[in-house]
Ligand binder design. Structure first.
Ligand SMILES: *Cc1c(COP(=O)(O)O)cnc(C)c1O
Length: 432
């Protein structure tokens, strides 16, 4: 029997035809090995065509896309373009990866964290409006921007969020980094707000090895983003600056990978949805395990939701006994969980005051032993020590999900056989 390979959460996957390498080679052959050029222009056009498409056959939208060096940079520039500066406040979903909120601090502004609703796990519109009114009452000013996040690809309730944003005249920056290709009412996420963030990091729906983009409402907005992304230069024969800019443009080499990846984007989305459906089917009778689904699955009124299911997630009831859970959190972790890039800061204690339940940690360790990479869901930002003291408006939903939630492998390399194996391993981990 051959040795089983590790099943990772979501791995980069290139087109069968090797389009990525063809476009990268073109960059070398034409000596466009710089952060602009034909691949960047063509990738931006492909992305705009995709973002502007409607599934109901109605007229396409007219958004413009600007390619950048990362999704984090895209959030940063969108905030700056919304006028966010020192002393300002920005409402951001607490249940997210740090790249949604960190750029707020880059601007010298303060995040105001908004809790999640139970069914989508995303920004609760009621809490958002409560926060906006309370900030106005306390500080005399409205928050400068609103950042909802499509967690694991799930669409946020953008109809209600836009209605609230418009009521108070606050721009929305959609963090659709995980939600590329997810739709709400047939319209692509990232096209509703003033700006929409995409990420092409190695583990996202498509990759450029690293990169991101901003979907902009108007060509003027796109122009301003492009200007800020290229060191904000004024029109003189020499370098003259009236504003602080950034070096955030995408490389023409990376854009070549992106152009190739656009040929498999729809395939990837279809595959993620297929894997989700299989998990739903195979886990439906496992007591104490709930696979997280989009609202339409249990309410015909909310069929507007169309998730890309970037990562599949499940929750584990606290009553479920998992093998080895008495040993959970006994040892300090020595390596980055999930093979995250870079250096991790060594810690003294294996526990924090807010962590997944012991049975969830035991399940992670069990699955790792079975060569399946599982990961806790994002730890809410308002529970992060680095954000201690920030204001939060919550009903406790995201903290409760953090304690019981878990991400399951879902990428293009995950086969039907893998999903069956993963589900068998989950069942095996549960003590009867
Ligand atoms: C990945 C991600 C980003 C952007 O990340 P980059 O790695 O900088 O491209 C932003 N927000 C969320 C929620 C993400 O998951």
């Amino acid at each position: 029997m051959s040795e089983r390979k590790t099943i990772y959460l979501c791995l980069a996957h290139m087109s069968e035809e090797g389009w990525e390498q063809k476009y990268v080679k073109e960059a070398f052959d034409t000596n466009w090995v710089v952060p602009m050029g034909p691949n960047v222009n063509a990738f931006e056009k492909d992305l705009a065509d995709f973002a502007n498409s409607k599934i109901d056959g109605s007229a396409p939208l007219d958004r413009t896309v600007v390619c950048l060096s990362s999704g984090t940079g895209a959030v940063h520039l969108a905030l700056l373009a919304c006028g966010v500066g020192p002393g300002d406040e920005v409402c951001v979903q607490s249940f997210t990866f740090c790249a949604s909120s960190h750029p707020i601090t880059y601007c010298g502004a303060k995040p105001v964290f908004i809790g999640s609703e139970k069914d989508t796990w995303n920004m609760d519109p009621e809490l958002l409006e409560q926060a906006i009114l309370d900030r106005k009452a306390r500080t005399g000013r409205y928050p400068k921007a609103i950042v909802p996040v499509a967690l694991y690809g799930m669409p946020y309730r953008i109809d209600r969020i836009m209605a609230i944003a418009d009521r108070y005249g606050i721009p929305v920056i959609e963090d659709a980094a995980e939600g590329m290709g997810s739709r709400f009412g047939g319209q692509v996420l990232g096209t509703f707000g003033k700006y929409g963030v995409l990420s092409f990091n190695g583990n996202k729906m498509i990759t450029t090895s690293g990169g991101g983009a901003l979907i902009c409402r108007t060509p003027e907005d796109a122009n301003q983003i492009m200007w800020l992304a290229t060191q904000a230069r004024d029109a003189y024969p020499y370098y003259q600056h009236t504003a602080i800019g950034f070096n955030y443009r995408m490389s023409n080499v990376c854009a070549g990978i992106g152009r190739g990846q656009m040929t498999v984007l729809n395939q990837h989305i279809a595959h993620h949805r297929h894997v989700q459906a299989l998990y739903e089917e195979l886990l439906k009778d496992v007591e104490g395990i709930t696979i997280h689904k989009q609202p339409s699955a249990f309410s015909p009124q909310t069929s507007a939701f169309d998730s890309n299911y970037w990562l599949c997630t499940m929750t584990l009831d606290p009553s479920v006994k998992v093998r080895g859970q008495e040993n959970a959190y006994r040892e300090v972790i020595k390596t980055a969980v999930g093979g995250a890039a870079g250096v991790i800061h060594q810690v003294d204690s294996p526990v924090t005051d807010c962590q997944p339940n012991d049975n969830v940690e035991a399940m992670r360790v069990w699955m790792l032993g079975k060569k399946v990479e599982c990961r806790p869901v994002w730890k809410p930002m308002h529970k992060q020590p680095v954000y201690a003291g920030c204001d939060v408006y919550t009903n406790g939903v995201e903290e409760a999900i953090f304690k019981i939630g878990m991400c399951l492998p879902a990428g293009p390399y995950v086969t039907d056989e893998d999903v069956r194996y993963i589900v068998d391993c989950i069942k095996e981990a549960i003590e009867k």
